[in-house]
Write a protein that binds this ligand. Structure first.
Ligand code: BGC
Length: 375
């Protein structure tokens, strides 16, 4: 371990970034020993936004496992959703001569100057899950098809409510993700395109009137930092202000599970009951608590992105970069970062409902029955 890397480890611990046992084992400030996969111990820096949202812990763990198996030294850093912390973690890795940086950015618009330093040293950059914007110095992007996530949420609502068959009107509330996350617009766009015609025809009624007038206004309903508490507070506000005198919300578009968790709590606190008046509620990520909620009827669906597959694909791309072979991509046009179309590998997201938790999430080993309180 180099001196600066040790400093970074101490810094991360000092900031209290390594709080949970899961985070502690995945924080990986100690480069893994024992090269098994021929990677000759080159350093790969992995940067995740926060340990507070379950999925990033899992991504960090999977990346560390796969990259270590390929013989690289791996340092996984979490930044408590603080952009400055993430930037200094990346700079430390650059000083320590990492060969590849895998970055799930917090604010994808701010990394330009840092990545210029990386490029000068020949360090390659993979944007992980979230695209890094306005810089030529991002080499690849590995992600799920973000717009499709939103499309699947919109189509789920359309089918559940029978909108295509002319059913309605339904009282409808919509939320969007963090305004600083480039993915959030894609998620919202996917859902917006499916649902807008029904809002326009009056079949979906935006009772709070918060449905954005145009797609470009999506940030007006964004929840900064994707916080469950903030989403809960916003849902409580809407319920208290607009759902009085027995009026009930019947459908809520939530872009992901951390928001859905807070929204579901607000609904439960307001007396909505599973199996009777609980609204249709969407999500994304198949987080553990949300999957349990789905089984209990306290969330209707989630869009599952198998983080193991994303980590594996990314590890493969790291190896291809460092071996100097052709790097796997399947989309060279759709993800323009404001500077160039970044060569991307897109994986397919999948809808999970109560009926498919077992066949999709348990049978694939993503969650065990015990994790979900089923045994
Ligand atoms: C990810 C989602 C996640 C959200 C909040 C997005 O960039 O794609 O999977 O739910 O961030 O962490």
């Amino acid at each position: 371990m180099s001196v600066t890397w040790k400093k970074a480890a101490a810094y991360a611990v000092g900031l209290g970034l390594v709080l949970t046992p899961l985070a502690a084992c995945s924080s990986g400030n100690t480069p893994a020993g024992g090269s098994t996969g021929g990677g000759s111990g080159q350093l790969v820096g992995v940067f995740m936004p926060t340990t507070q949202l379950p999925r990033w812990n899992r991504d960090g763990d999977e990346l560390k496992k796969d990259l270590t198996a390929n013989g690289y030294k791996v340092s996984v850093q979490f930044a408590d959703n603080k952009n400055d912390t993430q930037i200094s973690q990346i700079e430390t890795a650059i000083n320590d001569n990492a060969k590849v940086l895998v970055i799930a950015s917090i604010d994808g618009t701010t990394l330009g100057p840092t990545l210029e330093k990386a490029a000068k040293k020949g360090i390659k950059v993979i944007a992980y899950d979230r695209l890094i914007l306005n810089t030529p110095n991002v080499d690849y992007y590995a992600t799920f098809d973000n717009e499709k996530v939103g499309t699947l949420q919109g189509q789920f609502i359309e089918t559940q409510l029978g909108l295509k068959d002319g059913k309605g009107p339904f009282n409808f509330e919509a939320f969007a993700g963090s305004p600083d996350d480039n993915n959030a617009r894609f998620f919202f766009k996917g859902a917006y395109d499916v649902l807008k015609p029904y809002v326009d025809s009056g079949k979906l009624v935006s009772v709070s009137n918060k449905w954005p007038k145009t797609l470009d206004d999506w940030k007006s309903i964004g929840i900064l930092g994707w916080g469950s508490d903030k989403a809960q507070a916003e849902m409580e506000n809407r319920l208290n202000s607009f759902y009085t005198g027995g009026k009930k919300v019947q459908v809520v578009l939530s872009p992901n599970d951390s928001l859905a968790l807070g929204i579901s709590k607000a609904l439960q606190n307001a007396g909505y009951t599973a199996g009777s008046d609980f609204p249709v509620l969407t999500g994304q990520d198949a987080d553990q608590a949300n999957t349990v909620n789905i089984l209990k009827g306290l969330q209707s669906m989630t869009v599952w992105k198998d983080t193991r597959a994303l980590a594996q694909q990314t590890s493969k791309m790291v190896k291809q970069i460092l071996d100097g072979t052709t790097v796997d991509v399947n989309n060279k046009t759709d993800y323009n970062n404001g500077n160039k179309a970044v060569p991307s590998y897109l994986l397919d997201p999948q809808v999970v409902t109560k009926d498919t938790v077992q066949s999709i999430l348990v049978d694939s080993g993503f969650w065990t029955k015990k994790d979900l309180g089923l045994s």
